[in-house]
Ligand binder design. Structure first.
Ligand SMILES: O=c1ccn([C@H]2C[C@H](O)[C@@H](COP(=O)(O)OP(=O)(O)OP(=O)(O)O)O2)c(=O)[nH]1
Ligand SMILES: [Mg+2]
Length: 156
């Protein structure tokens, strides 16, 4: 379901089960923003309440272009219904990272949850990135907000 304008992403398959008994990450629908990542485990893994485990995906990606990054985000259903979210809340994949994609799974709920081999545990989203270069100034040009934040504009 990938169109020809899609970003060409280099992928290395580190575990031979990927593309065989464990599907390659894919966009579930043509409009999906995220590629579902699967647990490349040797056996099912039970996450007890409060527990966090680093789960391999069996593949690595090389984004190469520093004007892009990837983010690993929780799956809504797992997070909302089962309390399975990410131990780092969001995973950020640098454009120069070439190691295995790992997913930190955290059971923030109060019941145990078993992750099956090949289960879709999180999703990978490619995002554009702008790197900053600092320009040191003495004052900023005044704005309506100024330095007001953290609820400064009220609640309604
Ligand atoms: O959920 C994640 C988060 C990160 N990474 C990989 C890719 C990323 O490029 C690298 C470093 O991540 P990050 O910069 O967030 O972690 P760090 O603690 O700052 O480590 P480092 O010192 O290696 O940058 O780890 C993952 O595989 N999964
Ligand atoms: Mg870092």
């Amino acid at each position: 379901m990938t169109d020809n304008n899609a970003f060409p992403l280099q992928v290395r398959i580190l575990d031979p089960r990927i593309g065989d008994t464990i599907a390659m990450p894919e966009y579930a629908t043509t409009g999906s923003a995220g590629l579902d990542l699967r647990a490349c485990l040797d056996s099912a893994l039970t996450l007890h309440p409060g527990e966090t485990q680093l789960i391999p995906t069996g593949l690595s990606i090389f984004i190469q272009d520093p004007s892009f990054a990837a983010m690993i985000l929780p799956r809504s259903g797992l997070g909302h219904k089962h309390g399975i979210v990410l131990g780092n809340l969001v995973g950020l994949i640098d454009s120069d990272y070439q190691g295995e994609l790992m997913v930190s799974c955290w059971n923030r709920g109060d019941t145990a949850f078993t992750i099956e081999v090949g289960e879709r545990i999180a999703q990978l989203v490619l995002v554009p990135v702008v790197q900053a270069k600092f320009e040191i100034v003495q004052e900023f040009t005044a704005t309506e907000r100024g330095s007001g934040g953290f609820g400064h504009s009220g609640r309604t």
